[in-house]
Design a protein around this ligand. Structure first.
Ligand code: HEM
Length: 446
């Protein structure tokens, strides 16, 4: 068996570093968007909200996707204790994704769109992303070799890779008139594909998180246990059927929406349970040893439950009518992508770029400050969006409405809090990331 060395590991590093760059750039676009909330018309000619929003959302989505791909490449090699099937294919995947992302961001900048919400770029750019993903899939399957007796995270990775490809293609069915010409079918397919796509990248990320938790606790039993597989199948069921809440406002059968949304709730419970059990297996000493990685996983655990609370409230049809189309939905999406996805990815990034034995990093003044700033400001950020959403939803449902501009004036203080806490969130992330980069350079030299 070929032992893993630094050169083999290095293939995942460009993915991780690029994903972190996308996080930083994406947050800057987000701050610009929030400034446009409070100063309407800011940079209207150069970078209007119609451009800034997709620039922010695409950078952030690619932070999660590229980071997850890097984490799979890293842990795949640690799992098999072998080199990847092909470093060339991995490099090709990296270059195809990187060039596509640069083209996407520049096209937004020049006002070239043509896609749908979340994938607003010209559909032609979907082609290289599709090819890059196929290369990733081939490399993964060939590197694993046999799927017999594999732990749960390997199945999670495989499922995530396969379903991402499937849902990505599905999200482009609107290109065919057959699907596009029936508005209800078109929107149902569109939102179904987005719902399942989130489930797909969660499979990649949660699989890597399970690997990391086992690596830290030195406990390999969980990932091959029957309970892990039972939970995985619930997750898979989830990925396939959890999209109902996206089509609440479409005229389809209500029972489909209610059942599928209840199904979707179980996904977060699954990860919460895994982390909770993992925590109890850690000794005090190990907890200390892995402090910053451990802390981000712990913070993700807290956000899983907060997101779950909001999601359960939003799943009640009488409440959903109010929350639809308000900032409560944005709070839910951002709470999940920051508090769960981004925190888990940061924990993984520390493991890839430095090492998970990073107690000395966690206790450092700046990283500690960054950790707390990130969490506290995220909480304020989240609450301000929820309050803005409640005010807007009350306005939406009132018969004798006051003018839109009066309602927007009421929202302004909450948008100011949203903007300032967003800047604090960015600063917190930067403090953590700069320590990570510093330690990466330090460990590379060692
Ligand atoms: C890790 C960091 C972040 C992640 C993962 C993230 C994620 C997202 C996502 C997924 C959306 C789309 C929401 C939806 O359509 O429901 C969004 C929208 C947005 N985000 Fe962020 N975000 C981050 C940081 C920030 C920061 C620091 C700000 C600055 C205050 C910000 C401001 C915005 C704004 C203004 C929107 C547009 C909301 C709208 O459509 O009205 N984001 N973000």
């Amino acid at each position: 068996m070929v032992q893993l060395n630094n050169t083999n590991k290095s293939i995942s590093r460009p993915f991780t570093i690029t994903s972190i760059l996308l996080l930083i750039v994406g947050m800057l676009f987000g701050i610009m968007g929030s400034l446009q909330y409070i100063i309407p018309g800011l940079l209207k000619e150069q970078l209007s909200f119609e451009k800034i929003r997709p620039m922010h959302v695409s950078s952030i989505i690619f932070w999660i996707i590229i980071g997850s791909v890097g984490s799979v490449f890293n842990y795949l090699q640690l799992h098999t204790q072998k080199k990847l099937y092909s470093r060339m294919l991995a490099k090709a995947t990296f270059f195809i994704f990187s060039i596509s992302i640069i083209v996407i961001l520049f096209s937004y900048c020049f006002g070239i769109f043509g896609g749908r919400e979340y994938w607003e770029f010209n559909p032609i750019i979907a082609l290289p992303i599709f090819i890059g993903w196929i290369l990733f899939m081939i490399n993964f399957i060939k590197s694993i070799g046999s799927f017999r007796n594999q732990p749960v995270y390997v199945w999670m990775w495989l499922t995530g890779i396969f379903f991402f490809l499937f849902t990505f293609l599905e999200s482009y069915l609107w290109l065919f008139p057959y699907f596009r010409n029936n508005i209800v079918n078109d929107m149902t397919i569109q939102w179904k594909s987005y719902g399942s796509m989130v489930g797909s990248w969660n499979m990649l990320l949660y699989g890597s998180s399970i690997f990391l938790m086992e690596k830290i606790s030195d406990e390999k039993k969980y990932s091959s246990s029957p309970i892990a597989f039972a939970l995985y199948f619930i997750g898979l069921f989830n990925l396939m059927f959890n999209w109902g809440h996206h089509i609440y406002t479409l005229p389809t059968y209500p029972f489909i929406k209610n059942i599928s949304y209840l199904v979707s709730m179980t996904e977060l419970l699954i990860l919460g349970r895994i982390i909770f059990l993992w925590k109890s297996t850690l000794t005090k000493n190990l907890k200390h040893l892995n402090s910053i990685t451990y802390r981000f996983i712990l913070a993700a655990d807290v956000w899983i439950f907060s997101t779950l609370l909001l999601a359960i409230a939003m799943s009640i049809p009488a409440i959903n009518i109010y929350t639809h189309g308000t900032h409560i939905t944005v709070a839910h999406t951002m709470g999940a992508t920051i508090g769960i996805n981004s925190f888990l990815l940061l924990a993984i990034s520390f493991d890839i770029l430095a090492t998970h034995h990073n107690n000395d990093i966690g206790n450092k003044k700046y990283v500690n400050l960054g950790f707390w700033m990130t969490n506290i400001s995220l909480f304020i950020f989240w609450i301000s969006l929820i309050i803005a959403g409640i005010i807007k939803s009350k306005w939406q449902m009132t018969l004798n409405k006051e003018p839109f501009s009066t309602m927007m004036l009421q929202l302004k203080p909450f948008f100011i809090v949203f903007c300032i806490s967003g800047m604090a969130l960015f600063t917190g992330f930067i403090l953590v990331i700069s320590s990570l980069i510093k330690y990466h350079i330090f460990y590379k030299r060692k």
